[in-house]
Design a binder for this molecule. Structure first.
Ligand code: ZN
Length: 271
C-alpha cells in the first residue's frame, strides 16, 4: 500500500459523529490510521441555552452554532480524530420544521455543489474507507439524507474510496436493549418500539468491536451538553450505555478489495 490508510466519516450535525461512528474513529486513530470527520452543518437548529427550541423566542441561531462547534471540537479531542472538516452549511432542522424552507439550508443546496466540496476533501485525504448514512439518513432527517446523497455523489465522482459503508442500527440488538431496559424499569411506559425500527440484522455486513473506546464515546457525547435533552443515551444507566456503545454496525455497499462477506474490520483487505 503506497497510500496512508485513511478513514473518512461524513456526518450532518455536530454530535452525530459519536453514537454510530465514535468508536471506529477512536479505534482506527489508535491504530495509526488517519481519521477525518466531515461535519456538513453548523447545527443552528439545535437547542439554545436553557433548552430553547428553534423558532421559540430567544433562540439565537448564530450563538447555537458557535456553541455546538465548540462542543464538536471537544468531542473530536475525546475521540482523538486527526482532522475535522466543516462544510459550514445551515442546519435544515428536523423534517417538517420551518427551517426546512430556508434557502441556505443544507437540504436545499444542490447535491452537485455540496458534493463538489466533499469531493475536494476526498481528493486531499484520499480515504480508502468512507462511512455515512443510508438513503433514509437512518431516520429521515433531511440533512442526514443530504449527507448521504453528497457522500455517494463525491465517491462516484472521485472514484477514490475502495470501501463504502452506511451506518446501521441492528433491529434485534435494539429490541433486546429495549427489553432489558423495560425489565429494569428504565424504559418509558408509554413508548413502544416500532416493528420496523433499525436495520434488519441480515443486511449488516460489518460489526466492529469498539468496547475499549466506550469511555471515549461517553465523554464525546457528554461534550455535546447543550443538546443533552435530545440525547437519551446520556441518561441511560452505565450497563445499558456499555451494551449500546461497545459495537458499531455497518452495511458495506461497495468494496473494490477482497474482503469477507461478514467482517469485523472496515479495513479488511486494505492492510
Ligand atoms: Zn444529525
Amino acid at each position: 500500500m503506497d497510500r496512508e490508510l485513511t478513514l473518512m466519516a461524513v456526518h450532518a450535525h455536530p454530535d452525530d459523529e459519536v453514537i454510530g461512528t465514535g468508536g471506529i474513529l477512536a479505534k482506527y486513530t489508535a491504530q495509526g490510521i488517519r481519521t477525518v470527520l466531515v461535519t456538513c452543518t453548523n447545527g443552528e437548529q439545535g437547542d439554545g441555552p436553557g433548552g430553547v427550541k428553534p423558532g421559540e423566542p430567544g433562540h439565537d441561531d448564530a450563538a447555537v452554532a458557535e456553541r455546538r462547534l465548540a462542543e464538536l471540537r471537544e468531542s473530536v479531542a475525546h475521540l482523538g480524530i486527526d482532522h475535522l472538516e466543516l462544510l459550514g452549511y445551515r442546519d435544515s432542522g428536523m423534517d417538517g420544521w420551518d427551517g426546512n424552507g430556508h434557502p441556505d439550508a443544507f437540504a436545499n443546496v444542490p447535491v452537485e455543489t455540496a458534493a463538489g466540496r466533499l469531493a475536494a476533501l476526498m481528493e486531499r485525504y484520499r480515504p480508502q474507507v468512507v462511512v455515512t448514512y443510508d438513503e433514509n439518513g437512518n431516520y429521515g432527517h433531511p440533512d442526514h439524507i443530504q449527507a448521504h446523497r453528497i457522500a455517494v455523489a463525491a465517491a462516484e465522482k472521485t472514484g477514490i474510496p475502495d470501501k463504502f459503508y452506511y451506518t446501521a442500527v441492528p433491529r434485534e440488538g435494539i429490541r433486546q436493549m429495549f427489553e432489558f431496559m423495560r425489565a429494569n424499569g428504565m424504559a418509558p411506559d408509554d413508548f413502544e418500539l416500532p416493528d420496523d425500527f433499525g436495520t434488519p440484522d441480515e443486511l449488516i455486513t460489518s460489526v466492529v468491536d469498539v468496547s475499549p473506546y466506550v469511555e471515549n464515546k461517553l465523554k464525546a457525547l457528554a461534550a455535546h451538553a447543550s443538546q443533552g435533552e435530545n440525547i437519551p443515551f446520556l441518561r441511560m444507566p452505565p450497563e445499558a450505555q456499555h451494551q449500546a456503545f461497545s459495537r458499531e454496525y455497518f452495511i458495506r455497499t461497495t468494496s473494490r478489495v477482497a474482503a469477507p462477506d461478514h467482517e469485523d474490520d472496515l479495513f479488511a483487505g486494505l492492510r
